[in-house]
Design a protein around this ligand. Structure first.
Ligand code: PDD
Length: 278
């Protein structure tokens, strides 16, 4: 297995970055996680569009054309045995003397690509649904950027881990935002709802996919602010991400959601997801 770092393909143990890399010093970087099924990236165009958008929004020059990206990623994927993988891409602002503002001289962005076998939810969580904890969203107000500055998300995920549950569902001023590394959906009275695609959440690539799957499966969908009460009173709650695909939530804190088992809308969207990725 090889990784790509700044022009070279090497074993991961030999991939090294200088300590003054701004990704290390400031978390000054952008990343992507792309699922691969049968050696093909799923929703690649959307992932690249988001990568380019994230880079532009923080003023890091996109170091590669889309064709170059595809070529580099293909080489890393091909060096691995697994047919189903998750590609991780990271671009930082590069190496410079430590000062918060961008370096005045142009620096080369640091480019890193690795891939691992994809880790999907366990069969038990898939079958029985996920348990989550709720918490206040205390992250910054630029959550739409897929930044490597993830301390807020790390602390949320750690909170879930300490509770022995799958995810931490976050609320800002008692309105739903998202989980530590996934989007959250609420189904009630025949309508699926997702929080608005604004600066308070990362717009998952599965957000757009679920919009498409709802259209083809005649599931009404609206994006709007969703209160804490509405989440706990939902018929179904779902998570979505590259590695969770779509996943049912059956309990939050000590409260059962809906009937306490994966519901019909989950089943429908999960089946549609499996068809879409095939
Ligand atoms: N996380 N919201 C947050 C905060 C995320 O980190 C992610 C993805 C999502 C879902 O996005 P997508 O559908 O594009 O996976 C929403 C990835 C998987 C990660 O950080 O590993």
């Amino acid at each position: 297995p090889l990784v790509y770092l700044n022009g070279a393909f090497t074993p991961i143990s030999e991939a090294k970055i200088p300590v003054l890399d701004r990704g290390f010093i400031f978390g000054d970087g952008i990343y992507e996680v792309i699922p691969v099924y049968g050696r093909k990236m799923f929703r690649a165009d959307q992932h690249f569009a988001r990568l380019f958008r994230s880079l532009a929004s923080v003023g890091i020059t996109n170091p590669h054309s889309k064709e170059e990206w595809l070529e580099l990623i293909a080489k890393v994927m091909d060096a691995h045995e697994a047919n189903d993988q998750m590609v991780y891409i990271q671009v930082t602002r590069g190496v410079a003397k430590r000062a918060h503002a961008f370096p005045k001289d142009t620096v080369q962005p640091t480019v890193f690509i690795m891939t691992n076998p994809i880790t999907l939810p366990s069969d038990a969580v898939r079958a029985n649904g996920a348990v989550c904890v709720s918490m206040e969203d205390k992250r910054w107000l630029r959550c739409e950027i897929k930044s490597t500055s993830l301390l807020g998300n790390v602390l949320a995920a750690q909170n879930a881990a300490e509770h022995g549950v799958t995810e931490a569902i976050q609320f800002r001023d008692d309105f739903l935002t998202e989980a530590s590394s996934s989007n959250v959906w609420v189904f009630k009275d025949g309508v699926l709802m997702g929080p608005p695609k604004d600066n308070l959440i990362l717009e998952g690539i599965r957000y757009g996919l679920i919009e498409e799957l709802c259209k083809t499966n005649n599931i009404p969908l609206i994006a709007r602010r969703i209160s804490r009460e509405e989440v706990f009173a939902a018929d179904e709650v779902l998570l979505s991400s590259a590695t969770k695909e779509v996943l049912a939530v059956v309990r939050i804190d000590d409260q059962t959601i809906g009937k306490g088992q994966p519901g019909p809308i989950y089943q429908k969207l999960y089946a549609a997801y499996q068809l879409a990725k095939a």
